[in-house]
Design a protein around this ligand. Structure first.
Ligand code: SF4
Length: 368
């Protein structure tokens, strides 16, 4: 059985041609699957009965299974989504006054092992399929619509207005599947999100960033977290392969494709590690050629992390140095802390296949 959630519209058109059908069927299917969230072929009333019967034999629309749904006191929702019997990932919805943001995972675990990151500590199992990535949006839409008392919503009433690829995993290490899933997010027949409302966050896989700007130039966020190579080598070890100078050059190249855009630099605030006045000035120096804004993220501790959250007074001083230099700076509010849904806390369940250092190194080299 072919799971049709794995296809973007051109791939679905090819699939229909293979079945001896007209390619325009793809558009109809995309609308039913993604726009209306229907996974029962018998309900797709504008599709000929004979084709619906054929699809019931040949295909399926199977989203991943929700194992647990939790709702925080502040309205944040988290889904634990099973990807197979041994592994699960997490997806988080953050409601705000003017938007609803879904944070999506791209891998089971992560091979990159940033030292402040709970996911990185768990090792790596595998890449998610397209169906498992876009399925998180499918599942979240479904659940939020039900919670809101709707089965189907008119297109103008989007509960999820923004998607960030910032959950478990390094999205650019699962390049093909992530790009296909994002193409579905942008497709007017599916979710119809604008390019600027889909943000991909990377730790800095420079080669893949260059490819992304050609294939699907969504908004770009970079997990920077340190203002010099010596410190970034420790906090974000991929920096040893792609040092800050190369990363900044890649950011500049990315924006050539979208000159009205900017890069968001994410910077986790770790007490006494990367949060001094000197660090702030170093940061200003390394980003000087990149149109950007900053998102400062107070560290969310997890067991045995070895790090502490920066003191609020230090965060204020750090923020003011950046703001006084003319940059837009936001300090991320912690959301969903009571259900472990805050930034950096996503854990899921990962059957670690990495055999640690040796396998991790092979994976990084393969995707870079
Ligand atoms: S911060 Fe991102 S890239 Fe680094 S280990 Fe965590 S999930 Fe992986």
């Amino acid at each position: 059985m072919q799971n049709l959630l794995n296809f973007n519209q051109p791939q679905l058109a090819e699939y229909f041609v293979g079945l001896g059908e007209k390619p325009f069927r793809a558009k109809q299917l995309m609308r039913w699957m993604h726009h209306f969230g229907v996974n029962d072929f018998t309900r797709m009333t504008d599709i000929a009965k004979t084709l619906r019967e054929k699809l019931q034999i040949e295909a399926e629309i199977t989203p991943p299974t929700v194992q647990l749904e939790q709702v925080s006191d502040d309205g944040t929702r988290k889904w634990l989504i099973g990807t197979d019997t041994a592994n699960s990932i997490e997806t988080v919805f953050i409601p705000e006054d003017d938007r609803g943001t879904l944070c999506i995972s791209s891998q089971v675990g992560c091979a990159l092992e940033c030292t402040f990151c709970s996911t990185g500590r768990q090792g790596f199992n595998r890449n998610l399929s397209v169906a498992e990535i876009i399925g998180q949006l499918w599942v979240a839409n479904h659940s939020l619509r039900q919670a809101d008392g709707y089965n189907m919503l008119p297109p103008s009433e989007r509960i999820i207005s923004n998607v960030v690829m910032m959950g478990m995993g390094e999205p650019l290490a699962n390049y093909d599947n992530v790009v296909t899933a994002m193409q579905i997010m942008l497709d007017d027949s599916a979710y119809g999100l604008s390019r600027r409302r889909v943000t991909l966050s990377t730790s800095g896989l420079v080669n893949a960033m260059d490819k992304l700007k050609e294939d699907c130039p969504v908004a770009l966020a970079v997990s920077l977290h340190a203002p010099n190579d010596a410190l970034r080598d420790v906090l974000v070890p991929i920096n040893k392969k792609y040092p800050i100078k190369d990363l900044m050059a890649a950011c500049e190249r990315y924006l050539v494709k979208a000159p009205r855009d900017f890069v968001t630099f994410e910077y986790v605030m770790l007490d006494g590690v990367n949060d001094t006045v000197e660090h702030a000035h170093q940061l200003l120096d390394i980003v000087k050629n990149v149109p950007c804004k900053f998102n400062l993220i107070p560290f969310n501790p997890f067991p045995d992390s070895g790090y502490e959250t920066s003191k609020p007074s230090h965060i204020r001083v750090f923020r003011d140095i950046l703001m006084n230099a003319g940059y837009v700076v936001t300090v991320r509010k912690t959301r969903g802390e009571d259900i472990d849904a805050a930034c950096g806390q996503l854990a899921g369940k990962v059957l670690d296949k990495t055999k640690r250092t040796l396998k991790r190194q092979i994976h990084i080299e393969a995707v870079a």
